[in-house]
Write a protein that binds this ligand. Structure first.
Ligand SMILES: [Zn+2]
Length: 442
């Protein structure tokens, strides 16, 4: 029953934590089996389980409790250091003896259906888990280190969060309408693009929901593991059919639009652009931004084809959301508003709470119960959109260079990350400081 083991008071085996006596017992995650469904041999590894199961659960539980996107266990000298990323910001976790860290890594590898004897090659695996009744998917990646040990990356995904609607995600109305129009036109290619781990896939799934799947026959042939696609008809390709054959089969089913896997190479992009004459495609791409995605497509195929078939590219960047509970309103001065190009009628903006004066320490307000003093809680997306106006089509067919596309988008005042970020500032969802930080970090 070791898998179902749920709660435990962490202080029991932590001698140096005496001062934390009053702390609430830590809730521990329960692991629900590896993603690859492999049988786990706990018996042979009984000593490892005894030494490291609880510490391994503690490391992962800490990450989940703090809403981390990922947790990393690094080995440094005689210590193992846990580092998390919360809302894209690094947060220090537990520090433990190297031996304990190594055991935790081995334990998680075992639970994730990975080969614990293998330490010289990178491995990946993972497991399902539950924390306070919320299901999680945990992905593990090991990287061998020169001294024969490993580093472990633990990616956490709350499976309840997967159902983002365009509304939840904050896709602006004007963009939602464009996606709707695209779905109704039944031709061309529509893309969500962005850097890895920037939320592109989540945006993609929200964008799909902008197309009215009751009015149009909308098929998915994409690998949507772990995502809910109930508003689409899912077509399972025949094993052995290549992409053009599969697409021909789906097109013969009188479909209007098709959702396909991310465009990853010239061959795939070529097939999709070619078939887009008679059916609409929605897909995603990895790129720096929307303009860069178009440049890649033009290099893979040819600028004329891209100009003719591409209908729109949405890209996004995540920014931290101000904590609703402790954000502080202030009156922006006219000069600041003018500099930002915002209307002078704006009466208030929001920022993190001002730290208390050092002088009246005794009067220090209690730490915010929602964000625990971080001033931010969760993230929200800023969007940019490149629309295929006749002028933009001309710029693309003339070469399709990202810089030219960006310049044209500015000229036509298309939605940019900067403008959308300012919208979030005006709506009180984020602060000017945070906007500056995000753009400074690229
Ligand atoms: Zn707060």
């Amino acid at each position: 029953m070791i898998f179902g083991f749920g709660k435990k008071n962490r202080d029991d085996d932590d001698d140096d934590d005496d001062e934390l006596e009053d702390e609430e017992p830590q809730i521990l995650i329960s692991f629900e089996g590896p993603l690859n469904k492999q049988e786990i041999d706990l018996e042979t590894n009984a000593r490892l389980v005894q030494a490291a199961l609880i510490p391994a659960k503690e490391v992962v539980s800490d990450g989940v409790a703090q809403r981390a996107e990922f947790v990393r266990i690094d080995l440094k000298g005689n210590a193992a250091v846990v580092v998390m990323s919360v809302d894209g910001m690094p947060v220090a976790g537990e520090k433990m003896a190297k031996q304990k860290g190594l055991a935790v890594i081995q334990m998680l590898k075992l639970l994730g259906g990975m080969d614990i004897r293998e330490r010289s090659k990178p491995q990946s695996g993972g497991m399902l888990a539950k924390y306070e009744e919320i299901p999680y998917e945990i992905r593990l990646e090991t990287t061998p280190l020169p001294d024969g040990s490993e580093r472990l990356l633990i990616k956490l995904r709350n499976l309840k969060d997967k159902l983002y609607s365009p509304d939840d995600l904050g896709i602006p109305e004007e963009i939602r309408n464009k996606i709707k129009e695209f779905g109704a036109s039944k031709e061309g290619v529509w893309l969500a693009a962005g850097p890895p781990r920037s939320g592109t896939t989540t945006t993609m799934y929200a964008a799909i929901r902008c197309v009215d799947s009751y009015l149009y026959s909308f098929y998915s042939i994409a690998d949507a593991t772990g995502r809910d696609l109930k508003y689409l008809s899912v077509y399972k390709p025949n094993p052995g059919d290549d992409l053009p054959t599969t697409l021909d089969r789906v097109i013969r089913m009188e479909c209007d639009d098709i959702f396909v896997d991310p465009l990853i190479d010239a061959q795939m992009a070529g097939v999709v652009l070619e078939k887009a004459e008679s059916v609409g495609f929605m897909s995603e791409m990895t790129s720096k931004d929307a303009a860069h995605a178009i440049e890649i497509l033009a290099t893979w195929t040819n600028p004329q084809l891209v100009a003719e078939r591409l209908k729109g590219v949405l890209s996004q960047k995540l920014i931290r959301k101000l904590c609703d509970k402790c954000r502080e309103a202030y009156k922006p001065n006219a000069k600041l508003l003018a500099r930002l190009g915002l209307p002078e009628t704006i009466k208030k903006l929001y920022r993190p709470p001002t730290p208390p004066d050092d002088d009246d320490e005794e009067e220090a307000p209690p730490v915010c119960s929602v964000c625990h003093g971080a001033a931010y809680w969760g993230r929200v997306a800023m969007f940019e959109y490149i629309d295929m106006t006749p002028e933009m089509q001309q710029v693309i067919s003339g070469g399709g260079k990202a810089d030219d596309i960006r310049a044209q988008a500015r000229k036509e005042k298309m939605l940019s990350l900067q403008r959308d970020g300012l919208r979030l500032v005006v709506e009180g969802k984020t602060s000017l400081e945070e906007l500056q930080r995000v753009f400074k970090n690229g």
